[in-house]
Design a protein around this ligand. Sequence first.
Ligand code: ADP
Length: 367
Amino acid sequence: RKRIGIMTSGGDAQGMNAAVRAIVRMALFRDCECFLIYDGYNGLISGGNKIVKAKREDVSGFLTLGGTVIGTARCAEFREKSGRQIAALNIIKSGIDSLVVIGGDGSLTGADNLRAEWHSHVEDLLDAGKISKEEAVAHDNLMIVGLVGSIDNDLATTDITIGAYSALARICEAIDALQITAFSHHRAFVVEVMGRNCGWLALSAAICTGADYVFIPEDPPKGKDWESRMCLALQNSRAAGKKTSLIIVAEGASDSELNPIKADYIESILTNRLKFDTRVTILGHVQRGGSPTFKDRLVATLQGAEAVEAILRADATTPSLIIGVLNNKITAQPLKSAIKLTKELTAEIAKKNFDKAVKLRSTTFTK
Ligand code: ADP
């Protein structure tokens, strides 16, 4: 009988609760025991009342709630091996043999690190007399399954991450509202959206709102004359009768020399060169807020169910897994390679190899 620990970690994302609910319900249905771990890795390190055996009704009402009810955290202690050893002790004492982490690439890397050291933690704890021989034998493996909770859609090997569709929906609603007022005053709006070093939210929002221009980290404007090209495009669009201008800037956008492109700077160009009445809106945390849209409820629920199935299929040789979506199918793939590919992608941007970065992003971008 599997004993599954469930936690959310890192930045919150709409749909995390739906995933927690699905895992608990599926685990109980498949005759596993499950445990809710509160406040991310902080809870795993604190133990005690932060690790609670879950009943079916404990996740009632979770499906439609944004954020994460069981809490999340950024936990410096878990970055240290000593912190992870305390976590290992609490895992063993709770009887947990499989851990599902819903978080971004940082949280999933942390979980994989814990697993990589698992045997040495068990040996150390046994030597220190903190666990019994029986406990050491019963916990000779810790299965890790990751679900990617991230509004940024920034993980390689999955088409979509939990929260990204809801954040996109929120961005579109906000921009639609801005367009109404922009239209009345013939204004230009420069809107900054989240995404860290991933341009998926910005590019998708640009497509969905009919933006005139978009700046994303993976495909910076080429050459030194990009400002003139942008001005010309906006002028042409006004000349053709458009009454507003909309420019979307990803928070991680830069030019091809990696100098950040900020919304304020675009505003100054539009004001000074084009004499457009221009406003900047930085959408900020509203993008993370609100309830998950149907897409995130659906993806999170299907992925949560698959996480439990993956645990039931696993043996000691199964690597840590990440549950994703590829070509509309729920997938379970090795976590290590997904993280490695994601890091490679970020490194290519840092090396100004933008064409390579776009290619690597091709699993998350419609080409
Ligand atoms: P996200 O999971 O959203 O990417 P972070 O990168 O902030 O967010 O990671 C969340 C938490 O995961 C960190 O506060 C830390 O406790 C843990 N973590 C992140 N990276 C590592 C790592 N390399 N080793 C161990 N733990 C890590």
